[in-house]
Ligand binder design. Structure first.
Ligand code: ZN
Length: 242
């Protein structure tokens, strides 16, 4: 008698009955509400002169203990973005900014996500304005960051500076916005108090030109797209025409 004869004679195994489809599965929900905010002041014109980078750091005096200057992006990284879903821009962003302090990186995420700055041609000098960092140096939920943003005037070559503050992430305190507004005013007063200040000015922010034929800066490669540009908004050098 074959050893498994009985099993073979039993025929195919019946599949289990298919479960009835359900209208709604029981689920676990996950939500993260992220909210970033930024405010910027009016733009102040500062007469071009020596030591402009030091001036920008000085404008944070009384508000920030340590400030860091972030120069505009080099032309090949113009698409760098902190939005992690946008590869390769996010990879470029991380590589370019990995050496900066956690406060600076946080500030850049807030400002760039809100579109409050354009690192393609603007310079940022930034630090911690209010709140604390954790033991690893990362800003806590209620911190306010900020400083000044600048670019060069395309016609006069003067420095155009505005104050900037930002906050947000996983949460805020009830008085965060009020505190941020007060800090913005303080930074603005520091800018306007500069000895070379020529008062506030209304400016169009230069839009980087991606087509052919714009005036390209021979020093940094920025293409302003304006034929009227005498100075590069990004590096402040005089545009050379061919
Ligand atoms: Zn330039």
């Amino acid at each position: 008698m074959p050893l498994f004869g009985k099993t073979r004679r039993a025929g195919p195994v019946e599949p289990p009955p298919a479960p009835l489809p359900v209208e709604e599965v029981s689920s676990h929900e996950f939500t993260l509400k992220l909210s970033y905010s930024a405010k910027t002041s009016e733009v102040v014109r500062i007469k071009n002169g020596k030591g402009m980078a030091d001036k920008l750091h000085d404008m944070l005096g009384g508000y920030v203990r340590e400030s860091e200057l972030v120069a505009p992006l080099p032309p090949e990284l113009a698409q760098a973005s902190p939005n992690i879903a946008r590869v390769p821009g996010s990879v470029q962003w991380l590589q370019y900014n990995q050496g900066r302090s956690p406060v600076t990186r946080h500030a850049m995420v807030v400002f760039e996500t809100c579109d409050a700055i354009d690192m393609v041609f603007e310079t940022l000098v930034v630090g911690l304005l209010d709140g604390h960092v954790d033991t690893s140096g990362y800003p806590e939920y209620n911190t306010i960051v900020g400083g000044v943003v600048s670019h060069w005037d395309e016609i006069s070559g003067d420095l155009l500076v505005r104050a900037i503050v930002g906050w947000g992430g996983k949460g805020v305190r009830g008085d965060t916005e009020r505190t941020a507004s007060r800090l913005l005013s303080g930074l603005f007063n520091n800018i306007i108090a500069d000895s070379q200040s020529m008062g506030t000015v209304v400016v169009e922010r230069p839009v980087p030109f991606l087509g052919e034929g714009g005036a390209i800066c021979q020093h940094c490669g920025y293409n302003s797209g304006h034929e009227r540009a005498f100075y590069c908004p990004k590096c402040g050098m005089r545009m050379v025409r061919g």
